[in-house]
Each structure stands twice: as structure tokens, then as C-alpha cells.
Design a protein around this ligand. Structure first.
Ligand SMILES: Nc1ncnc2c1ncn2[C@@H]1O[C@H](COP(=O)(O)OP(=O)(O)OP(=O)(O)O)[C@@H](O)[C@H]1O
Ligand SMILES: [Mg+2]
Length: 396
């Protein structure tokens, strides 16, 4: 994801709006060097107007030699021939005016295309949506939500969905779906540089025709061998093959989870109605803010939303500073379905929890611009049916 170099928070915010979700900001050349040291795949550096021209030119010159695959986009309040001439000589790929959001967007998109072409990934292939399900606390319903959401997105069979178990030490996606994987993500260890569609495909376990699963390692000690870089390579490769890649995560900001969050298009955050969880979710949201992750692309799921524990939904929204996207009711049917290896959306499609998970799928399809997703049509038909029933009852 592109990195912005700018010290003024207002300008960072304005530039972020023109960039893809997951873009990061640093406040100067030194931080940029530190940031890039861990991101060999970075495709664009956007230098904001806060950096003096001579320093910006020096940064371009240095990146031209050390990172030829990373494009520099120089953003200036004014552009004259001297700026253009110096930028061109330094190897800068684009110069754009600060208030030209479309120009910035287009320049970054060109940088991405160039990087894809250089790295042989091709720019015309499909690019699926990455959805990361996260909560900073254990046992709140991440896996339940990931599994049911992935199934709801795959419903109808017209979308290819892959569910990735990134809870690398204690992942339980496979068991939740009664799968017995012959391969896991562990077998990709060491394949950072040789990752391709064939390798990833050989590690997947089929659940249903339109849902595949990348299972977590069988033993917890494999976690440390699955590097963040490997995770990144895996997710990027999967995105080329699937319409949706849903990622279940560990209950912490470990480096693999952070990598998924860093690249994610949409982030589903799970909270429950208890003060320790809400406190942790609040801190997690602040951390996501600091890292500039999924700003404007977060969906809050309130699990066990109907428990009478002295906290109402309004209070939750007030504490967390964001609206609840979908409340999921508490029900022993959910655990029973999990125990029987048939998640609730399959075991009992008319259950209120199944409807809630499908509602979440609708929201995500809408958020990702997938306006022809079958869940959207189903939701629209359901609403029309409801209206007809009300009219009939009213007329009777
Ligand atoms: N709404 C609900 N009603 C009843 N039981 C639920 C509900 N949501 C989740 N559960 C049950 O709670 C338990 C924990 O859920 P789950 O495994 O999804 O949480 P998790 O956040 O993934 O946990 P971990 O951090 O350990 O991976 C499971 O037994 C699950 O069936
Ligand atoms: Mg889990």
C-alpha cells in the first residue's frame, strides 16, 4: 500500500482520501527509510507538500537507485517548470497539485500498474476483495463470524470465496467446518519468493464448490515460521484467484494479523457487551487509526447483542465511536451448529443469527461495490416481500 510522507495531519488526511485503504503515513525522510526497510513490495511513495523541494528531490534521487520499482509521486502546492525539471531529473514519476485528488489517485494507480508489470503479476487479472475479521480478545466470535460470513458470501455459487485461517497457533476454522485438511499454510513456509497460483491452490481444502479453505498449521510452533512477508504473498496470490478472501485472525496484533490488516480492503471488528472487551476494542480501534488501517472501511459486529447485561447498543456505539453494522443474537443453536460441524447459515438458514450473517455479507458486498452479488438481490426481494405483506395486511 502506498506510503505518504507528510508532517501536517490535515494534509495527511486529505491525501489519504485520494489513496487506497491501508495506505500509511510517515512524517519525514528518516521514518520513510525505516518504513521501507520492511516493505520490499512497496509500490508508491507520495511526498506531500510539507517536505521542502530540495529534500523531496534528494529523496527521489535516493529511491531511484535503491528502489527502482517504487514510484515516487511528488505533491506540490504550486508546479512550475523548475519543479518539473528537477523532479524529472531525480527520477520522480509524477508531479501533482495538492488539491488534485483525481490526479493523485491516477498517479498512484499508474504506479501500481507499473509495479505489477515489473513484478510479472500482470495488471489485468482479477483482484478480489480482502476482508479481515479481527478482535483483540479471544472467544468473542471471530471464527464463528468468519466462517458464516464466508459461507454467506459464497451462497448462490456465483462468487469464489476463500477462507484463510490466520490464527496460526490455535486456528479452528477446519474443525468448525468439519474439514480434515491434508495441507496447511505451513507448507508454504520458505516460498516467499516462489509463490504462485499453483502453489497456493495445492494447499487449499474444498468445503463447497464456491468456498475453499486455507487451513492453519496443525501445531502451534509453526506460527513463527509463517512470516508476514509470506502472508502478504499468499493473500495477494489468493486475491488474484478469488472474488473474496475472508481472513480469520488471532486475538492479538501479531505480525501476521497486522500484515493482513495492512492489506485489507474491509475490516470486520467483533465486540461483545462486556466492559473488558469494549475497552480492548476501543484500544484496538485507536491502534488501527494510528496505523491508518481501513479508515472508513470498518464494520462493527456486536456479537451476543441481545444479552441483558446492563449495556445497551447506544452505549456501545458511544464508547467505540462507530455505529454497529450488524448485531448477532446470542443462541445456543450457534454453538450447537458449530459442534455438529455445520455452521448456522447452512444448518438453519432461517435462524435470526443466519439472517444477521447474511446481512453482514450484504453490507460487505455493498461496501466493495459488488452490486450484483446474489445476497443483495435476495435482501432487496425480502424487503419487497415485507412491503407487499404490510400493504396486504393494511388493506385487509
Ligand atoms: N452469538 C453466539 N451465541 C452463542 N454462542 C456463540 C455465539 N458466537 C460465538 N459463540 C460460541 O462461542 C465460542 C467462541 O466463539 P469463536 O470460536 O467464534 O470465538 P473466537 O473469537 O474465534 O475465539 P478465539 O479467540 O479463541 O479464536 C464458540 O463455542 C462459539 O460457538
Ligand atoms: Mg477463533
Amino acid at each position: 500500500m502506498p506510503v505518504i510522507v507528510e508532517s501536517d495531519p490535515g494534509t495527511v488526511e486529505a491525501l489519504s482520501r485520494a489513496l487506497p485503504p491501508g495506505s500509511h503515513a510517515v512524517d519525514g525522510a528518516e521514518r520513510l527509510t525505516a518504513w521501507l526497510a520492511h516493505r520490499p513490495d512497496e509500490y508508491a511513495v507520495v511526498i506531500g507538500p510539507g517536505m521542502e523541494l530540495s529534500e523531496a528531490i534528494a529523496t527521489c534521487e535516493s529511491l531511484r537507485l535503491t528502489r527502482p520499482m517504487t514510484s515516487v509521486v511528488l505533491v506540490r502546492k504550486d508546479i512550475d517548470t523548475e519543479v518539473l525539471y528537477r523532479a524529472m531529473q531525480s527520477g520522480c514519476r509524477d508531479v501533482v497539485l495538492t488539491d488534485d485528488a483525481n490526479g493523485i489517485r491516477a498517479a498512484v494507480s499508474r504506479a501500481h500498474q507499473l509495479h505489477q508489470a515489473f513484478s510479472g503479476q500482470g495488471s489485468s487479472g482479477p483482484h478480489g476483495q480482502l476482508i479481515t475479521v479481527f478482535a483483540p480478545k479471544g472467544g468473542v466470535g471471530k471464527t464463528t463470524t468468519s466462517v458464516n460470513l464466508a459461507l454467506a458470501l459464497a451462497e448462490g455459487g456465483s462468487r469464489k470465496v476463500c477462507l484463510v485461517d490466520l490464527d496460526l497457533a490455535f486456528g479452528d476454522v477446519a474443525i468448525t467446518m468439519q474439514l480434515f485438511p491434508s495441507h496447511t499454510i505451513e507448507e508454504a513456509v520458505g516460498g516467499e519468493e516462489s509463490m504462485d497460483a499453483a502453489l497456493v491452490e495445492s494447499l487449499l481444502t474444498r468445503h463447497e464448490d464456491s468456498l475453499m479453505v486455507l487451513a492453519a498449521p496443525n501445531l502451534p510452533d509453526a506460527r513463527d515460521r509463517v512470516t508476514a512477508r509470506l502472508v502478504s504473498r499468499m493473500l495477494r496470490t489468493l486475491r488474484q484467484q478469488f472474488d473474496y478472501v475472508v481472513v480469520d485472525t488471532a486475538p492479538s496484533f501479531d505480525e501476521q494479523t497486522l500484515q493482513a490488516l495492512d492489506e485489507t480492503d474491509e475490516c470486520v471488528i467483533i465486540a461483545t457487551l462486556d466492559v473488558p472487551t469494549l475497552k480492548n476494542v476501543k484500544v484496538a480501534l485507536e491502534t488501527l487509526d494510528l496505523l491508518n488501517i481501513a479508515q472508513g472501511h470498518r464494520h462493527l459486529v456486536l456479537n451476543r447483542a441481545d444479552e441483558a447485561v446492563g449495556l445497551d447498543h447506544e452505549k456501545v456505539e458511544q464508547i467505540l465511536g462507530m455505529p454497529i453494522a450488524v448485531p448477532i443474537p446470542s443462541s445456543t443453536d450457534i454453538a450447537a451448529a458449530t459442534n455438529s460441524g455445520k455452521p448456522i447459515v447452512l444448518a438453519n438458514p432461517d435462524h435470526p443469527a443466519s439472517k444477521a450473517f447474511r446481512q453482514l455479507a450484504v453490507q460487505l458486498a455493498e461496501a466493495t461495490g459488488d452490486e450484483h452479488h446474489p445476497a443483495l438481490h435476495e435482501a432487496a426481494e425480502g424487503a419487497a416481500r415485507g412491503r407487499r405483506m404490510r400493504i396486504r395486511r393494511h388493506g385487509a
